[in-house]
Every structure is written in C-alpha cells, then in structure tokens.
Design a protein around this ligand. Sequence first.
Ligand code: ZN
Length: 331
Amino acid sequence: MSKEPHDPTHDEPHDPPHDEHHDPLHERLKAYEGRPAAVGGTGKDPVNEAMIRHWCEAMGDTSPAYRGPDPVAPPTMLQAWTMGGLSGHTDRSGAYDELSALLDAAGYTSVVATDCEQEYLRPLRPGDAITFDAVIESVSPRKSTKLGTGHFVTTRMDIRAGGELAGTHRFRILKYTPAARPEQREKTAPQAPQAADRPRRPRPVVNRDNAGFWDGVAEHRLLVQRCADCATLRFPWLPGCNACGSRRWDTVEASGEGTVYSYVVMHHPAFPAFDPPYAVGLVELAEGVRMISNIVGVPYDKVRIGMPVRLEFLKVDEELELPVFRAGGED
Ligand code: ZN
C-alpha cells in the first residue's frame, strides 16, 4: 500500500471507475440512509392471547410455550404487533415515500419483497404495549437480477415493549425495472405457430427434482414417481416420499387413463397466452395419483366430475409439449 496515510480523501479518485461509484442516482438514494421510515409507531393492540392463538392455529404451531397460564408470544410474531391493518398507520415518515418516488421517477417502478431478518432480545407477553421506530438502513448500488435492474432498500424496525427493545425486524425490498418479458423479446421470432403477436404459454420450471418428469414428456410418457422403499406413488414429483420419508425412488409409466376428479373453469383473470373461459381439471389417473392439467376435446362447460379422460400430448409451440387430457366419446 503506497497510499498516504494522512490524506484519506486521495483514496476516492484513485479507485477504478466502477459504475456504482459514479451513479448520481445512487448518491441521492444513499442520502436517505439513516432517515426515519416510521417514527413513534404504536401497536394497534397490546400483545394478546387471541392474536397469539390465531397465529398458532394458522402456523400449525402447537408449542405449549404459547398457551397456558403464562404464555409468551411466538417470537416470529414480532412484526405482527406493528402492523397497521387495513386502515394503516398515521405515523409513516415522509422520507420513505420520497425515496420510493425517487426510484419510481428513475423507472424502478416495480417492487418485490426479497427477505427479512429478525433478532429477538426479550420475550413478548400478553399485556406488553408495543412501540416501534423504523429507519431506512441502506440503499444498495444498482444491481442486475433475474427480475430486472434496481436497488435493494433495507429498512430496520426496532420494536419495544414497555419502552425496552424487544427485537429488530429488517425488511428488504427490490425496487426495479422489470426485465423485458419473453413474449416481448420473442415477438420478432418468426416461428410462432399461433397468431404472430400471441404471447406464449409460460415455460415450466424444470429443476433437478422434476427433470425426469419432463424427460418423460419429451418421450410422450407420463412418469409417476414410486417410492423404492414403500412403493407409494407420488405426483407431482418430489425429492422424498410423504409416506415413509425415503429419498429412493423409481418411476412407473401411467397408462394414460383417468377421470376428472374435480375442475374449475377459468374466466378471470385473463392471461394473455390463454383464451378464457377454459377448464382446468384435477385428473385422477388410473394409478391413483392426481394431476392438474387442461381438459380438451369438450367445451369448457361440458366438463363434469367423474368424466373419463385420456392422456395426450399437446404441442403448444415449437418447444413446449404438455400432457393434457381429452374428454369425449360419451355424452
Ligand atoms: Zn415410501
């Protein structure tokens, strides 16, 4: 290191010209770090047993610590005590709204919550009165993500009970410009089999847990997983057996016969790649497992529970084939 120790201001100009160091918007955004996002917030209710019970029921949490004569609140309820409900809070600071507006104006109009972290310092008990403050903790340099390019904004909320710090809740969002959607990018592709400007159906998410299923589809085989230990069939594909926990499996090929176990008719919302109304069936295969797919071959309003259906493979476009079920033959 040959930097002069007495003049640290020399460091900056000697840094390589990274984008993030020369992003004027980021400079403006960073000015919001440390500014309040909420000041003097108060919980709408004190910590109480009814909300604890509802939470535990919703979560399926049967821990005795949250019941009985001297319960504590589940720590993960921390944020619940600060929530404003439908009517909201009146204690929001303007800084967070300003920061959002600045990001909106720069084109980062979409938002997605990415993660939260909580730290618990003191148990909360029925009767505790909750107060909280929130601060804009950090705004990241511009980042490119699969969703699009934008800035991560981290807010830290300090939650107090009776004035004493009970926990912190960090909440991170990404404000971003959406990446161009595939149908927009592909509009110039010449090979669309349907109307040229018709968006394509969403692609399946193929991962190592379900790749074998899609390999089967490519060969026009509908493969169902079978536990290699207890022989229980399962669908959709999963890494382990719900019956015995085993991770060993093989497959059986479905015969293709099935019946409509249940169905819905989609009218709304309209999705560009589909023509509502259309029927989505829950088909029970002859092997006993059920799968969701389209019912074809009959008008959407003629689909009935119990209707026999048969597997076929529908070539949706030049690269996507899907297993669907054809009804018909009887009326
Ligand atoms: Zn099993």
